[in-house]
Ligand binder design. Sequence first.
Ligand SMILES: [Zn+2]
Length: 429
Amino acid sequence: MTIPRLLKEIENRKSEIIQLTSELIKIPTVNPPGKNYREICEYLSNRLKRSGFHVNILRAKGALADSDKYPRYNLIARHQGTYSGQCIHFNSHIDVVNAGNGWTRDPFGGTIEGDKIFGRGSCDMKGGLASSIVAAEAFIAIFPNYYGAIEISATADEETGGYGGVAWLAEKGHFSPKKVQHVIIPEPLNKDRICLGHRGVWWTEIETKGRVAHGSMPFLGDCAIRHMGAVLEEIENNLLPKLNTKKTKMPVVPEKAKKSTLNINSIHGGLEEVNETYNGLPAPLVADSCRMILDRRYLVEETLNEVKLEIYEILEKVKKNRPSLEYSVKDLFEVKPSFTDPKSNIVKTVEDSISEILGVKPEHVVSPGSYDQKHIDRIGKLKNCIAYGPGILELAHQPDEFILISDMMDSAKIMAMTISKLLNKNIIN
Ligand SMILES: [Zn+2]
């Protein structure tokens, strides 16, 4: 049988998967600002070319955050099978968040200890990228004459919205359903779970306006912070309890994220905060402006319009009692919820592969926050997209982040089985 041969081939590549992950961690692709994208793309390009991939390194010129100092480089590699068929694409982001404090290992050392590889990005998601590469290479070695194509992309800026990465590539047609039929994003969602999508996002900045006056005679001014206080009271007493009653049917994890949520991201009113170079007192002023940033995560059962309306209704209600209130609402960022059909071929195929390798029925989950699937879905119009990869979700962005080598090996087997199920039998033409 060829499947045992494929699994054996992955087993034989264990030291490769370890080395590849460790070397990727050693390239510190910290974002922001977005360092070393070119270096990591070139490193991957050299490897994938050796395995017979046709490789393109593309700079997202003009995209958000792209600059000559910090250019946004992306890699797309394609391996064409002997016969025509479907294309399966593995998309991984190459950027990592800042290491932060609290590490007991070098965050960019790629240290190997027993079954663990430590480093910023080990779990989110260089371990997933390494697993998908080794899975594809092992598949190609065992089945050189397959149907269709395998693509691997390594993309910039996922941690900051994906505009210099997947969004840009999707705009250029790299995720069109004509070209690519299935996408797996190896984000660290745990090796026995399939992530079908994410909730929606609306970030907004609300500003209340007042009139400046001397702080000793506040009655001559109009305090924007007090206006915002009234808005906050409405949010606290009415909106948050209302959101708590809305629950989605989507399998969002953790459990509490099945409800609609609102985070008060930041608030600032009055004079600019003094910095460390100034140690004097503030000036006595009535605040003429107060700004608050809200991070609203909404459910597939809600519409963005109704989400926005909730905020406008609060502001109008507050204005009734405070006629001098002037306000503005600015949209900062919006993403619609994304949810791949659990009956789609890619979900079913990965599900079967997980059952066969791990002997468990995989759990379907939906992510509380969004990831690059949003661009593949909305811009690319490609619906057969899931996140599946090794790594423990809770370790992402933490100090002493690590990935288990055994998880990567299992996931690589599951990915290789999935490729085999899709490209050894599905023939177009
Ligand atoms: Zn990630």
